[in-house]
Design a protein around this ligand. Sequence first.
Ligand code: GLN
Length: 475
Amino acid sequence: MIDLTTLTISKALDLMNSGALTSVDLTKMYLAEIEKKNKDVNAYLEVFADALDQAAEADKKRAAGDKSPLLGIPMSIKDNITIKGRIAGAASKILEHYVAPYDATVIEKLKNAGAVFIGRVNMDEFAMGGSTENSAYGPTRNPHDTSRVAGGTSGGSTASVAMNGALVSIGSDTGGSIRQPGSFCGVVGLKPTYGAVSRHGLMAMGSSLDVVSPTAKTVEETETLFNIIKGNDRFDSTSLTNAELSPKETPAKIRVGIVPELTNVGGLHPAVVQNFNESVEKLKKAGVEVTEVSLPHIKYSLAVYYVIMPAEVSSNMARFDGIKYGSKVAGADLLGDYLSTRGNLLGKEVRRRIMLGTYVLSAGYADAFYNKANIVRDLIRADFKKAFASVDVILTPTAPSPAFKVGEKTDDPIQMYLEDVFTVTANLVGLPAISIPSGFTEVEGKNLPLGIQFMAPHTREDILFAIGKQFETLR
Ligand code: GLN
């Protein structure tokens, strides 16, 4: 009997290679779980009708001696990543019928590795939000307590893994979107170094911040996925060179830094503070050196992010005008077309950010907001450079609270933005960061997962994987 709750990529491959399991059997097991749970969780927007055909194809290849690293592994894909011939909707009405004309580079790599795509999963519309409540298709609920959110924006990805609706999943992270839902759903979320994974075929939100990001139950699996999807790509001019991405020597003793400016911020849920302190103690007891490092400008990260991100959003969203992409609601003339298409088919949060972004970029305000934010972004970068002279990774909580109730923060955008206080910095600076499950807290009779985050210098995912695997054994 196979226990999906503890199944990993390598265990599934062993079972399939030994003949004890076929990809068709495995895919059927996930489809059965989806059938049972998706009506409550709403992780999947679409289950692909040909999932079992893909699995049968993988089984045929295995029988013919194919040894591809994800051969027959069932996974889910966030709705903002294009798969040729399938709908890619970004959970938005404007792309409800949009069929992708090409494979994203990551999809091409995953196909070459033999993956089986079970379906596309829910998200906040165009990846703007922190709870998957901004989806045009209803919120994704937390498999640990369906009265609560899964987190966001990759809530469909992390919930699909947490409910055993997929072995692993691919999402994206612009300000915390794989890490915060990872911590809410009790799974690992890796945001790679900016540029380590091609953005070709990922719908642009904040182009200087976006990264395609894997999620799974274990650190080892996110490492496997990262190694498959990373790499230079001629379709993404910001992708790193293969020399920059080449293997590094991981330090034998990893020094961990904690940041007083971050851990002393007010407004944290007491369970988060307690869990974080316990996590630090576990590391120390295991002989890991933990010291304090100062990041004096990090307190401005959230403000800087909420200027730069909407500026980039306002520019990237201009293409959704009812003519170039997606659906159209006709108006009286050309301007009328724009107004009624965007006014009717884009959700409230997306429109809010387009307006905010247009404002911070407008003549007379660009210096006061956008340009100033970029200056502070450089100061934050410099802080990290200094900190990484004395430590190898920086440890923080992932989110300020465990999963909150559906509807709790939807009327207050500021409360929702505060969810990102620990995560946006890695995106601003381009650093790799990982959220790892660090235990549970009991709230109203339910056990809710918590997570901690490690951040490392550019292209040093190797250090995240090493300390992450060590931390997993300390649980
Ligand atoms: N919660 C953040 C935001 O709303 C992050 C979103 C993301 O990473 N895509 O912008």
